[in-house]
Design a protein around this ligand. Structure first.
Ligand SMILES: [Zn+2]
Length: 286
């Protein structure tokens, strides 16, 4: 009995000592419980975030969710820059043939790329997202689908012969959303593919490389016109970004695509304009 009491007093004293000497140990022994709680919290939180994302992709970016038109963001506040994660992509079509590039065309702006497809070819969602518009424009897109993606981008698929999805439907990257066609203002079946950020069109070939059936880089950064830091400036942003060299790349092509000067690319990577680029080589561009 006495022995037992002494032992428990000793234990208590030891415990007190250990609190005094090493509060860290005590904290450490509690940590697993804390972590567990946090894990539960974050699971619930993640589920909630996921649910909101599903209901309303790009919630933090986009002011509205409107089904009836493509262009609804005239008053949206554009961030100075926004990096779009392209990693979860799927090429919208297996076709590698660009028949018309993005850019001025016959006095009009061609706001997407045209990719050769045949009537009935499967057209797929470029990323996970939610279908915003399924509509028809006789003099324009023909039968078209607009999808807003979780990464902040919207993609438009025009001239379809058939739409396979409905408005507000959740889609996964690679899910068939329509069939290739020749509807609307179109001569010869093709897919008209647009990429837009908050309504602002971006050249899809800066993100999607149809001939190589791949993305151009893991991310694409949108810069609001005029907000971009001067290329080569010492404080040109703290974000470090990389580009993987592909077949056919040259320093000037990469520089143009990533919006930096060749000089800056050389500075960042310790190379010169005469350095031979290897396919797969990783270059820092910011
Ligand atoms: Zn087109």
């Amino acid at each position: 009995m006495i022995l037992k009491t002494i032992r428990s007093v000793t234990m208590a004293v030891l415990a007190m000592v250990s609190v005094g000497v090493s509060a860290q140990d005590l904290l450490a022994s509690q940590a697993p419980v804390d972590k567990k709680m946090r894990a539960i919290d974050s699971v619930a939180l993640q589920r909630q975030i996921q649910k909101e994302k599903m209901e309303y992709p790009g919630f933090a970016l986009y002011p509205s969710w409107i089904n009836d038109r493509v262009h609804v963001y005239a008053n949206a506040a554009m961030p100075d820059s926004f990096t779009i994660d392209l990693k979860g992509f799927c090429m919208p079509t297996e076709s590698r043939k660009i028949t018309s590039k993005y850019g001025p065309r016959r006095r009009r702006m061609h706001k997407g790329v045209d990719v050769k497809v045949y009537i009935g070819d499967t057209i797929r969602s470029a990323f996970d997202g939610k279908v915003r518009v399924v509509s028809y424009e006789r003099r324009g897109y023909g039968k078209y689908v607009v999808i807003r993606h979780d990464n902040g981008l919207e993609t438009i698929y025009g001239h379809l012969s058939k739409q396979l999805v409905g408005e507000n439907q959740i889609v996964k990257a690679g899910e068939p959303i329509g069939l290739g066609g020749n509807t609307g203002r179109s001569t010869g079946s093709h897919l008209h593919f647009e990429t837009r950020f908050l309504g602002q069109e971006i050249d899809p070939s800066k993100m999607f490389d149809f001939p190589n059936q791949d993305i151009v880089a893991d991310t694409y950064t949108y810069y609001k016109p005029g907000s971009r830091k001067k290329a080569g400036s010492k404080d040109g942003g703290s974000e470090i970004r990389y580009y993987r060299v592909r077949k056919g790349d040259t320093l000037s092509k990469i520089a143009a695509r990533q919006g930096v000067t060749v000089k800056r690319l050389c500075q960042l990577n310790g190379i010169t304009t005469r350095t031979t680029l290897r396919i797969g080589q990783v270059l820092r561009f910011s």
